[in-house]
Write a protein that binds this ligand. Sequence first.
Ligand SMILES: Nc1ncnc2c1ncn2[C@@H]1O[C@H](COP(=O)(O)OP(=O)(O)OP(=O)(O)O)[C@@H](O)[C@H]1O
Ligand SMILES: [Mg+2]
Length: 436
Amino acid sequence: MALAPPRSLLWRVFLLIAAVIVLAIGAWVQIFRAYDIEPRTRQIAQMVVSVVNITRSALITAKPDLRRELLRDLAEQEKIEIYPAEPGDRIRTPPEDRPMLSLLSAEIRKHLGDDTRIALERNGERAFWVSFFIDKDEYWVMLPPERVERQLALQWLGWGLLVMVLALCVAYGIVFRLKRPLAQLTGAAAEIGRGRLPAPIDESGPEEVETVARAFNQMTRDLARLEEDRVLMLAGVSHDLRTPLTRLRLAVEMSGSDAPTKEGMTVDIEDMDRIIGQFLDFARASGGEPPQPVDLRALAQEIAERYRHNGQALETDLHVVPVLTLRELAMRRLISNLLDNAYRYAGQGVCLRILTAEDSVRIEVLDRGAGIPAEETERMKQPFTRLEGARSNASGSGLGLAIVERIARMHRGRFDLLPREGGGLIARISLPVQAA
Ligand SMILES: Nc1ncnc2c1ncn2[C@@H]1O[C@H](COP(=O)(O)OP(=O)(O)OP(=O)(O)O)[C@@H](O)[C@H]1O
Ligand SMILES: [Mg+2]
């Protein structure tokens, strides 16, 4: 399974900075090594040559009875030990592929002679071994390995790590400062998504963040104004249309046309009146009505009676639910809109249900029609949207579900359109029990 790249800004910045630092330090180490290796190796070679020469001279000039003491001193104080070479010595010579060691060997031989032997291990003991001659006898000088090894890389690694930790702290600081306004922005955007207008967000911070915040606040204000304008226009136009429509209906009644023509015109006028009614409802769904305690069960009972009285078949399943503080007229509008849809688009198996589930009171309108495809449900909640297809040629404004959605939101509730088991639609409103 491929490792997914981290999605949070914090981690991305972290990783990016870490990668940049590792690269930079790696490059520096390489550059430094390239420039440093030669002078450094010569220096080490010089030191080794001096040690061998001094040891050799000391051994030659020291009185024979003092040699033992000299060797002990060297071993104790300088960690340099001298051994006579044996014919059976097993030694490991430096590998050819290490440029630094090759250079070191060459430098040492240049000063001590070509017959000088160099080893990294003698008879199983790891150290830096250099041989020298006194007359025809060969001796080994054993130097502690740390004298010739480079501690450089590790030191650099330590510093690199420190720089990295510091840089990551700084990155954390930067991202942390960025995160706060971003979180605010996300919250505000989510509020808008839920159909509420968020409070203006902080217009401070780095220039870019400030610009975004200001643009966002401007957008929120524009949205609010747009919404107000739309509602006002809708309400105004609808209201002004009602009076001429009433006059028109009277005129049709009084006209001398034959009965079928009159009836057709009356039906059209009634359709127009209903659509205007929806426009007004949509405008009114913004509020205005004061909330009051409502027993949803009783309300549903009353609405059901009215539908049955009009000759509509309606099943009910009404449970006792807590009394909620609601806008009653809006709730009536909501339930009738859902029931009207059920009769218009399904026409059978219509059922109205009130129940409590998961801390919320539910209003459900069920039917046995064709339902709404899952991918269309969100779109249907938008104003003026209707399903394409044979069953939706009935006249409608496409505002019904938008009104339902608005009223549900106004009460901090949810509105879901779900498929019903066995075919049909469930329109479900969930209202929080603590809705005040
Ligand atoms: N119960 C349902 N079964 C199948 N389709 C539905 C149902 N309810 C709504 N729809 C579809 O969703 C669309 C939008 O419904 P909505 O109530 O918003 O508008 P409308 O009924 O067309 O007009 P209005 O309610 O404003 O008179 C409808 O046109 C219809 O295609
Ligand atoms: Mg409708």
